[in-house]
Design a protein around this ligand. Structure first.
Ligand code: NAD
Length: 355
């Protein structure tokens, strides 16, 4: 067995259908007396529900969270935080909402409670991100890690199939890269393999029957595991490519992850044999079919498999390869521009790994 370092992160997780009802008790447990509830405009109804549960602890709702945390939104919410003398936040929604709460925590060190309604996993990580003039800066700071996360699968029932599928593949991507991460360790690898298994078993059911609470619970459990992996170990070429494609070419976050993860897995196949075995086991396929298994899963849940179908332009592939190979992250297979350009070409066309 190889040597390893495992650093666990603090945080409390409450998991189960109906656990939204525990929000007030959890917020009180943290000593929060003036809570701001945060959501996107689309999830305002959920924010109103949380406000009602919090009663006199809620001092307001901020429902203007948007994708990628623009600095203008952060400045706007900080005015509200100061004005209402907020001493803690409750964020209900996906990664965009959690991201805004993290930006508040970064500036104020106020505690956050998050109630995730997608499978993005941000709630389990100490990673923050903010966008200025179209450029997203990210960093790690333990003060942005939510103090409590309430996973209530009932809240994910309204997540449409076309968002649920890619969101689940986004979570799988955290698990896959965690398995060949530079600082992977036996604990995170257990979580990653189990996360892929839980999502592989549940996502087809979630997409077919979005109201199936059992499948929703299993998918959210997988997303929790995936977020924990993302929060604990470094990511590799897949995440670098997704940041490039999302950040510089404005492609949709979860869909980019969905298209790229089979291709990145294929790219690394000969350099991460143990990871391929774990992915294969979790998907129920042979190790050599790990990448194709991810591609087939995306197809089975009607998720995209080609960059050309999610807004990428062929003439931008060279530039994407250049950006993605400048200051590359660690990757088990050495990263060179020609090979990454080829990977991007396969992703653009949506070619099944191995064909
Ligand atoms: P998102 O929060 O924008 O949500 C995606 C879509 O789902 C939105 O249209 C939203 O309105 C809808 N939605 C959310 N909950 C719903 C519900 N219950 N019912 C119906 N619709 C619902 O996006 P996301 O994919 O959750 O997160 C992506 C963002 O999170 C990106 O900005 C990404 O960079 C960030 N992220 C950060 C980290 C981190 O560790 N910092 C990790 C993962 C993702």
């Amino acid at each position: 067995m190889s040597d390893f370092i495992y650093q666990s992160l603090p945080g409390r997780v409450i998991f189960g259908a109906g656990k939204l009802a525990e929000t007030r008790a959890e917020v009180q447990r943290l000593g929060i007396a003036q809570a701001l509830v945060i959501s996107t405009p689309q999830q305002r109804d959920l924010a109103i529900q949380v406000q009602a549960l919090l009663g006199d602890i809620a001092v307001g709702i901020y429902d203007r969270a948007v994708m990628h945390v623009p600095v203008e939104t952060v400045a706007d919410v900080m005015r509200v935080v100061d004005e209402l003398q907020v001493d803690g936040c409750v964020a209900i929604g996906g990664g965009s909402t959690v991201g805004l709460a993290k930006a508040i925590a970064l500036k104020t060190a106020l505690p956050i409670v998050t109630i995730p309604t997608t499978y993005a996993g941000s709630e389990m990580t100490p990673v923050w991100g903010m966008t200025r003039d179209g450029i997203k800066t990210t960093g790690r700071d333990i003060s942005v890690l939510p103090k409590t996360v309430i996973y209530d699968p009932q809240l994910t029932v309204s997540l449409p199939a076309f968002i649920s599928g890619p969101s689940g593949m986004n979570a799988i991507a955290h698990c896959v890269e965690g398995l060949y991460s530079q600082n992977q360790n036996p604990i995170t690898s257990l979580m990653a393999e189990e996360g892929i298994r839980a999502l592989r078993l549940s996502l087809p059911e979630v997409v077919r029957h979005p109201e199936d609470l059992n499948a929703r619970s299993q998918a959210l459990y997988g997303a929790w595991l995936a977020g924990s992996v993302l929060g604990s170990v470094g990511m590799a070429i897949h995440h670098k490519l997704c940041h490039t494609l999302g950040g510089s070419f404005n492609l949709p976050h979860a869909e980019v992850h969905t298209v790229m993860i089979p291709q990145a897995t294929w790219f690394n196949r000969a350099h991460a044999p143990q990871a391929m075995q774990a992915i294969g086991r979790a998907l129920g396929v042979a190790a050599q079919d790990a990448a194709a298994g991810l591609y087939d899963l995306a197809l089975a849940i009607n998720a995209p498999v080609a960059l050309k179908d999610i807004g990428m332009r062929e003439q931008d592939l060279d530039k994407a390869a250049e950006i993605a190979t400048t200051n590359p992250y660690y990757n088990p297979r050495p990263v060179d521009r020609a090979a990454v350009r080829e990977l991007l070409e396969r992703a653009f066309q949506g070619i099944r790994p191995g064909e």
